[in-house]
Ligand binder design. Structure first.
Ligand code: SAH
Length: 358
């Protein structure tokens, strides 16, 4: 009889399991199994990254969005959202301040704002790279054309975050309006990877209507896609969305998946997300202990923090960047890791900056 401990050993050795075996593991994981999983995940992480945790400075630069995702607090139909858009100057100030605090990656995230023109984002990326040539720039502004992604890569963008949210088409349809499709989302992910970005995909844990089969499908999709980054955090309902009464994803399910993903993608850059810190006071520390190696403190001006509300109860909306940095350092050290001042590229990744792309 195969036990979960056997499944965990096999996953650690081969980075893959049959769908049916992954399903059993997720459905029957005991607290003791989970400890064995996290221990394996920490060992695999240490083999590639030691005890380093990478910092990303998150700049939530616009909450205007043309999309209407059913789970998201900044969806188009949410009339209660107070919309804001940072100016180029404000975004650059966040980067300058972040640089002084030891950040060497800036993540520009936002809704699909029509003001995010190809030219504007390209100019912004160029200016950040001119001021901080030793830093990486990550974009997370949704679905665009291949030509646009290529322009931004040429401008100097290094990484792109675009969670698939769920790779199952039926489930995707329950979370999104009909004009959004998983086919287009995957097309974007494929193109970003072909162009040369370090690419991040990912899911929300416990999103409405999600089944264990859906999660297994996502795990296999991600193993097949081989992203450099994976963003996973619990779904948390937002009061002004159609999913206001849906239950949040759990701490345990999220930690289990962080551990499993670390074993399936040993070198992946895996954040302990703000959403995880929102559902449990030590969620991010527990995330690091389960296999995560990235944290993304907020660098946005405190004046707009409350307005980038993807879900209810989001933490750290009142803290200045410097406080976030200090607080994060203490949390990371409390679990035996250390914050490094480094771009924190994916181990073994060599960026394509050759003539063909540039
Ligand atoms: N517009 C960009 C950035 C989206 S916001 C894009 O389309 O990629 C970043 C992530 O927040 C989303 O990918 C989603 O997984 C997550 N998110 C949105 N609403 C959420 C909620 N209610 N609970 C938890 N995570 C949420």
């Amino acid at each position: 009889m195969k036990t979960n401990q056997d499944r965990i050993c096999e996953l650690r050795e081969r980075s893959i399991l049959e769908a049916s075996e992954l399903e059993i593991l997720l459905r029957t994981m005991t607290a003791e199994d989970a400890e064995a999983l996290y221990e394996a995940a920490r060992a695999v992480k240490a083999a590639h990254y030691g005890n380093a945790v990478f910092l990303r400075g998150l700049i939530e630069f616009t909450n205007y969005c043309r999309n209407n995702c059913l789970y998201c607090g900044i969806r188009r139909d949410n009339r209660n959202a107070q919309r804001y858009r940072l100016t180029d100057g404000e975004i650059l100030d966040c980067c300058d301040k972040g640089y002084g605090l030891g950040f060497r990656t800036f993540v520009l995230q936002g809704g699909e704002d029509p003001a995010n023109t190809e030219e504007r984002i390209a100019a912004l990326v160029r200016e950040i790279k001119r001021r901080h040539p030793d830093c990486a720039v990550t974009l997370s502004v949704g679905e665009r054309t291949r030509a646009c992604y290529k322009t931004w890569y040429r401008a100097g963008a290094d990484r792109y975050l675009l969670r698939q949210e769920t790779s199952n088409p039926t489930h995707y349809g329950k979370l999104h309006p009909p004009e959004l499709t998983i086919e287009n989302r995957k097309r974007c992910l494929d193109e970003l990877k072909q162009i040369g970005y370090q690419v991040g995909c990912g899911i929300m844990v416990g999103s409405p209507f999600q089944t264990v089969e859906n999660i297994v499908e996502d795990l296999l999709y991600m193993h097949d896609f081989q992203p450099q980054m994976v963003g996973i955090g619990p779904f948390i309902p937002h009061q002004d969305t159609p999913f206001r009464d849906m239950p949040a994803g759990t701490l345990e399910d999220t930690l289990h998946l962080l551990g499993v993903i670390r074993l399936m993608l040993p070198k992946v850059l895996l954040p302990a997300t703000t959403a995880l810190g929102t559902i449990h006071p030590r969620g991010r520390e527990l995330g690091i202990l389960a296999g995560a190696n990235v944290v993304m403190p907020n660098l946005s001006p405190v004046t707009v923090r409350e307005k980038y509300m993807l879900y209810d109860g989001k933490i750290c909306t009142g803290d200045e960047a410097a406080e976030c940095r200090r607080c994060m350092e203490q949390r990371i050290e409390s679990v035996g890791c250390r914050v490094v001042v480094d771009r924190g590229d994916c181990a073994g990744f060599s960026p394509r900056r050759d003539a063909e792309v540039l």
